[in-house]
Design a binder for this molecule. Structure first.
Ligand SMILES: C[S@@+](CC[C@H](N)C(=O)[O-])C[C@H]1O[C@@H](n2cnc3c(N)ncnc32)[C@H](O)[C@@H]1O
Length: 324
């Protein structure tokens, strides 16, 4: 049995057949870009190090006590099931939540008076968790309008955010709005922070992602922060543009980060990835089946789609204060 017909025990046979029947795709050409991912030496992790903010998701990041505490804060329902969570349950989605919360704290980006915007928010936990620390959180998405309509982009979020709340939160500080990330209907400089997790890769290729970043930069005040998590290819091949999903090369990520003249990276992007992170790769088709059946085979960090291996990369950018 070829490797791409994975063991999907426990998943209905019709779905299993659909996955197994897919033909193997040819290898994509190498990426001609100048930036590439570097597999690190398998050295022991220095637990006293400061964890970079602009980086790829790595298995060793679960050794950072601040990240672990943030993951536990965002996902208390996992802690209730498994007291030592997130031990043995590394998922890049949880990492994105932790990286966002720890990064905003480290950059002193928010306080009790802040306005925070999430673009392509779905019903992610950070929009709830942040209401405990800021004045207002605006969760925006084209709720019900894409292939995510029955998943993260569930339209019921618009009328009843309480039903999706799995974190204790301040319900009078959360505003949920239907809004296209390519056309943010806010005045310039409204927010202290605008962020987007796992979403801009669904906005229409590189140009959609770039337009969304531009919009976020516009609505953030000078000195404010724009934070993005998106997909970065690890195995040195060209980018992918599919229906509703783009996978970006490291060069494209660098280009995206530099594409908005009002924004600058708070620090360079660390494109290093550990051998342990690369040692488990999950086909995207399998991850989608797992999501549908509410099961996860951990760690869920590196995925593969059309012969591209990829994981999340996080970018924190600051809006330049041209007047100051
Ligand atoms: C993978 S989900 C991520 C949701 C959430 N950020 C999270 O991390 O759970 C991608 C989200 O992007 C939303 N989306 C797709 N295109 C959009 C657009 N043009 N503007 C705003 N949101 C969009 C989808 O509805 C979906 O909720």
């Amino acid at each position: 049995m070829p490797a791409w017909t994975r063991d999907l025990a426990g998943i209905p046979s019709t779905l299993r057949l659909r996955v197994a029947a897919r033909r193997p795709v040819p290898a994509p050409p190498p990426d001609p870009g100048e930036v590439s991912v570097r597999v690190r030496d398998p050295a022991p992790v220095d637990l006293t190090r400061r964890m970079p903010l602009n980086k790829l998701c790595e298995l060793e990041d679960w050794l950072d006590p601040r990240r672990v505490a943030a993951i536990r804060r965002c996902l208390p329902y996992f802690v209730a099931i498994q007291p030592d969570f997130p031990s043995r349950m590394a998922h890049r989605k949880h990492w994105e939540f932790a990286q966002l919360l720890c990064g905003l704290e480290e950059l002193s980006a928010v306080d009790a008076g802040s306005l925070v915007l999430s673009v392509g928010a779905g019903h992610e936990e950070p929009v709830y968790e942040l209401t405990n620390h800021v004045r207002w959180v605006f969760a925006t998405d084209v709720y019900g309008g894409t292939q995510f309509g029955s998943l993260e982009g569930d339209g019921r979020m618009l009328v009843s955010p309480d039903r999706f709340a799995r974190v204790p939160y301040q319900r009078n500080r959360l505003v949920v709005q239907w809004m296209d990330g390519l056309d943010l209907r806010y005045e310039d400089g409204t927010f202290e922070v605008a962020f987007s997790l796992s979403s801009i890769e669904h906005f229409g290729g590189y140009h959609g992602a770039q337009q969304a970043l531009q919009q976020m930069a516009r609505v953030v005040r000078p000195g404010g922060v724009v934070a993005i998590a998106t997909e970065c290819i690890l195995n040195g091949v060209t980018g992918h543009r599919g229906r509703g999903l783009a996978l970006f090369t490291p060069s494209e990520i660098g280009e995206l980060a530099g594409s908005c003249s009002d924004l600058e990276l708070v620090e360079p992007i660390d494109f290093g990835v550990s051998p342990a992170t690369m040692s488990k790769v999950k086909p995207l088709s399998e991850a989608l089946l797992e999501a549908r059946h509410h099961v996860t085979d951990y760690p869920a960090i590196v995925f593969e789609h059309r012969r591209r291996r990829y994981t999340s990369v996080f970018l924190f950018l600051r809006k330049l204060d041209r007047a100051g």
